[in-house]
Design a protein around this ligand. Structure first.
Ligand SMILES: NC(=O)c1ccc[n+]([C@@H]2O[C@H](COP(=O)([O-])OP(=O)(O)OC[C@H]3O[C@@H](n4cnc5c(N)ncnc54)[C@H](OP(=O)(O)O)[C@@H]3O)[C@@H](O)[C@H]2O)c1
Length: 355
C-alpha cells in the first residue's frame, strides 16, 4: 500500500514538474509539440545539472581596460544588465543598443554609481528585430568610433507567439539571429581596426544549450506551416552557432585580429521565461536557476579572458567548452546558413561593412 502511494506521489511530482516547465502556458496539441516539449525538458535538466556541476569553474576575472569600447545589444535587464555592470567595472566605454535608451540608463544607474565609475555609459536606440534600426545604429557607431573592441550580441526573445517583423521575418529568427548577423557585418571594419597581435577584438554571440535540439528549416525559415515557439527559439540559437563557426573561418582566412565565440550563459532566472509555464512556480527558478549575475560571467569571460585569446569559434558554457550541435562541426552546414543569410540581406561581401 505504502509502495503504491509512493509511486503515485512520484508520478504526480514528475507530471507537475513537466507541466510547470513547459515552454508555453498552453497544452501541447500534437505529437510534434509533445516531442518538442520532452526534448526541451531533457535539455533543461541536463543544463541545470551542468550549471551545478561546473559552478566552481563559472567565474571571470575583471581587469582594467579603459581604452576599450564595447557595444552590446540589450543590456537594460536580465543577463545583459549584469554584463554591462562588469564591463563598466573594467573602466570600458560601453555602448548599449536598446529599445528605450532612457529607461536603460536608469536601469544601469540602479546598480552602478554612474557618477563615480571610470567606465563610460552610452545608451542608443536599437531594435534588433528591425533591419533599418540595425543599419541606423551601426551608422551611428561608425560615425562616432573608429574602432570597436567588443561586440556582444546579447538581446533575445524566447518562446514568443508567432509574429512577423516589419521586414517579414519570424521574430526569433529576426531578433536572435538575423539582426545580429547584419550588425556584425556592418561593424566588422571597426572590429578589425581595434584588434591587434596578441589582443584580438572579440565578438560574442549569446546562444543557448537548446541549440542541441535546433534545426534550420530552410524550406520554411519563418515556420509558418507548423509554428511552435520552442522550435523557432532553438532554430535561432543553432543559427547563431553555425554563424559563429563559419565567421571564424572567414576571419582566420583573412588573418584579421578578430575572434568570435558563442556562449550558453546557463539556465538563468530572467524575464526571458515570460511565455513559459515556469512563471507559475517562481520559487523553482529562484532555487534552481542561476542568478543574472552568474549568467553574465561566461559571456564576459568570452569577451575579455586572456586564456581564450586566439581560440575563436569556441562554444563556451560555465567558463569552459561545452557540447554543441553536430551540424556546427560540419563546415558545409555552417557555410550554408551563412550564405543563406547573406542572400536574404543581399550582402555581397560579408564583413565589408557595406550594404
Ligand atoms: N535566461 C536564460 O536562461 C538564457 C539561457 C540561454 C540563453 N539565454 C540568452 O541570453 C540572452 C539574454 O537573455 P536574458 O535571459 O537576459 O533575457 P531578458 O531578461 O528577457 O532580456 C532580454 C534582453 O533582450 C532585449 N531585447 C529583446 N528584443 C529586443 C529587440 N527587438 N531589440 C533590442 N533589444 C531587444 C531586451 O530589451 P527590452 O527590455 O527592450 O525588451 C532585454 O534587454 C538572450 O539572447 C537569451 O536567448 C538566456
Amino acid at each position: 500500500m505504502l509502495g503504491a502511494l509512493l509511486w503515485i506521489f512520484f508520478v504526480g511530482l514528475l507530471l507537475c514538474a513537466f507541466l510547470f516547465s513547459k515552454t508555453t502556458k498552453e497544452f501541447p496539441k500534437s505529437w510534434f509539440e509533445w516531442k518538442t516539449e520532452f526534448r526541451y525538458q531533457y535539455i533543461g535538466i541536463v543544463g541545470l545539472v551542468h550549471d551545478a556541476q561546473y559552478k566552481a569553474r563559472d567565474r571571470v576575472a575583471l581587469y582594467k581596460q579603459a581604452d576599450r569600447i564595447a557595444v552590446i545589444t540589450g543590456g537594460n535587464r536580465g543577463i545583459g544588465l549584469r554584463i554591462v555592470e562588469k564591463l563598466l567595472a573594467c573602466d570600458m566605454t560601453v555602448v548599449m543598443g536598446v529599445r528605450d535608451p532612457k529607461s536603460a540608463e536608469t536601469a544601469v544607474a540602479s546598480i552602478v554609481d554612474l557618477k563615480t565609475t571610470k567606465g563610460k555609459l552610452i545608451c542608443e536606440q536599437l531594435d534588433v528585430g528591425d533591419l533599418n534600426s540595425v543599419k541606423a545604429f551601426a551608422q551611428l557607431i561608425k560615425e562616432r568610433y573608429s574602432k570597436v573592441d567588443l561586440l556582444l550580441n546579447n538581446a533575445g526573445i524566447m518562446f514568443a507567439p508567432f509574429k512577423l517583423t516589419a521586414d517579414g521575418y519570424e521574430s526569433h529568427f529576426a531578433i536572435n539571429f538575423l539582426g545580429h548577423f547584419l550588425l556584425t557585418h556592418l561593424l566588422l571594419p571597426q572590429l578589425r581596426a581595434a584588434g591587434k597581435e596578441g589582443k584580438n577584438a572579440r565578438i560574442v554571440n549569446v546562444s543557448s544549450c537548446v541549440n542541441l535540439i535546433g534545426r534550420i528549416n530552410y524550406k520554411d525559415i519563418n515556420g509558418t506551416k507548423n509554428y511552435y515557439p520552442g522550435t523557432a527559439y532553438s532554430q535561432s540559437k543553432l543559427a547563431q552557432i553555425l554563424f559563429t563557426r563559419h565567421l571564424q573561418t572567414v576571419l582566420d582566412a583573412e588573418k584579421s585580429h578578430v575572434q568570435v565565440n558563442v556562449v550558453h550563459p546557463g539556465i538563468v532566472d530572467t524575464d526571458l521565461f515570460e511565455h513559459s509555464a515556469t512563471t507559475s512556480v517562481p520559487i523553482f527558478k529562484k532555487l534552481f536557476f542561476k542568478t543574472p549575475e552568474r549568467g553574465s560571467r561566461t559571456v564576459v569571460f568570452a569577451a575579455i579572458d586572456p586564456s581564450i585569446e586566439g581560440q575563436g569559434g569556441t562554444y563556451l558554457s560555465n567558463g569552459g567548452k561545452g557540447p554543441f550541435h553536430p551540424d556546427a562541426r560540419k563546415p558545409a552546414k555552417c557555410e550554408q546558413l551563412f550564405q543563406f543569410s547573406c542572400d536574404l540581406l543581399k550582402i555581397q561581401q560579408y564583413g565589408n561593412g557595406e550594404l
